[in-house]
Design a protein. Structure first.
Length: 377
């Protein structure tokens, strides 16, 4: 196996696939990246941890190209390639079970493992398939991913729900204390009704891979797998085997107190108040009255923060507590200049989403919605 390649052409796909490589090294070969040269001057790179698999390709230049396949330590190869000067030429070959990497007067030798032992995700049946722009997919994911649980015993919360239905693509994530939901109105075709749970690592990898562009990405869904394919990568992940909670039961339906406020003003006030919250619970007390919202935070050292924000609200007074970090996460994900907090009483969850102003009227922008449970303070 031999090939020549430009540093930049090698580095980018290598960086893509290394994200999927097993970091805990339960099997030695999972710490390796699979390199394959198969005619047409193409180099294919694959990384996997048995849960997710990433494949990327690069164009080869030069006449010294011999087909073959081998696996080499992913992190070491990435560090070596990254360390070469920009626009340098790299020569790679396998000699006596060693990978030799040369560039200029530098030469590196890496251990290898046979490609025959490299695992791949088993074949599976595609049940539904559609295409979406990377831009729209990025919005769907980044609007909700911060609400995923991290190591919850309810394993089905450690991921993101992706749901298709006729002309709607919906993503939902929850950790049991808050819920985030984003909707994309899909007009290209009628989609079948299907819901899957993408594991947390898969969601984070997809978010890293996709770009804010109008390029299309093809998505295939099966019973136990999801596959995403673009011009630059092929990503496959196992799905979480479980039933996602019925989020429709969580979203407040009847809220009689609607508070409209500028997003940046509210976010800045919350950020300052959070400085003096309890490090563990991050609780703030909100006192709502006509025309203003008072934010209060205290900590075990008896220190106190108080912020008063002007709001668009006429109604009954209300006192309620929230984890301020959850509120800030929601405000960070909302892109409109104004937001609305929809409340009912001190024991009920709040619904937060964006608001657009059209001809002096406030119009709900509820493509992304956030439900936050109250705290007792």
């Amino acid at each position: 196996m031999k090939f020549n390649i430009n540093r930049e052409d090698f580095l980018h796909p290598l960086q893509l696939v290394v994200g999927a490589v097993e970091r805990r090294h339960t099997l030695p070969i999972l710490a390796n990246v699979l390199l394959q040269v198969e005619g047409q001057n193409q180099l294919w790179l694959t990384g996997t941890d048995l849960e997710v698999e990433l494949v990327a390709n690069a164009d080869l230049s030069g006449e010294t190209i011999h087909d073959g396949q081998i696996t080499v330590p992913a992190k070491k190869l990435l560090d070596i390639v990254r360390g070469f000067p920009e626009d340098s030429s790299i020569f790679f070959e396998v000699e006596e079970n060693k990978a030799i990497i040369r560039s200029g007067r530098a030469k590196y030798s890496l251990s290898t493992l046979t490609a025959d032992d490299y695992p791949n995700l088993e074949d599976w049946q595609v049940e539904s398939e559609f295409e979406i722009t990377q831009q729209d997919l990025k919005t769907l994911i980044e609007s909700v991913q911060f609400s995923m649980a991290q190591q919850d015993v309810r394993y089905y919360l450690n991921g993101m729900s992706l749901e298709t239905s006729e002309h709607t693509i919906r993503t939902v994530a929850t950790d049991g204390h808050r819920l985030a939901m984003s909707i994309n109105e899909y007009t290209q075709e009628v989609l079948p009704s299907k819901q899957v749970i993408i594991p947390r690592k898969g969601v984070m990898e997809i978010s890293r891979l996709i770009e804010d562009s109008t390029d299309q990405v093809n998505i295939q869904l099966g019973t136990n797998h999801i596959k995403m394919q673009s011009k630059k990568f092929v990503f496959t992940s196992k799905l979480v085997d479980g039933r996602f909670p019925d989020y429709n039961r969580v979203v407040p339906k009847t809220t009689d107190k609607h508070v409209i406020v500028y997003r940046d003003v509210l976010k800045s006030a919350f950020s300052r108040a959070m400085i003096l919250t309890n490090d563990k619970f991050k609780g703030v007390r909100l006192n709502l009255s006509s025309g203003e919202l008072k934010i209060t935070a205290t900590n075990p050292e008896q220190e106190q923060a108080e912020e008063i924000v002007d709001v668009n609200y006429e109604g009954e007074d209300l006192e309620i507590g929230f984890n301020v970090a959850y509120l800030i996460d929601a405000l960070n994900a909302i892109e409109t200049n104004a937001v609305v907090l929809k409340l009912s009483d001190s024991n009920a969850s709040a619904l937060v989403h964006g608001v657009k102003t059209v001809d002096g009227n406030h119009i709900d922008d509820d493509e992304s919605q956030y439900v936050i449970m109250p705290m007792r303070l």
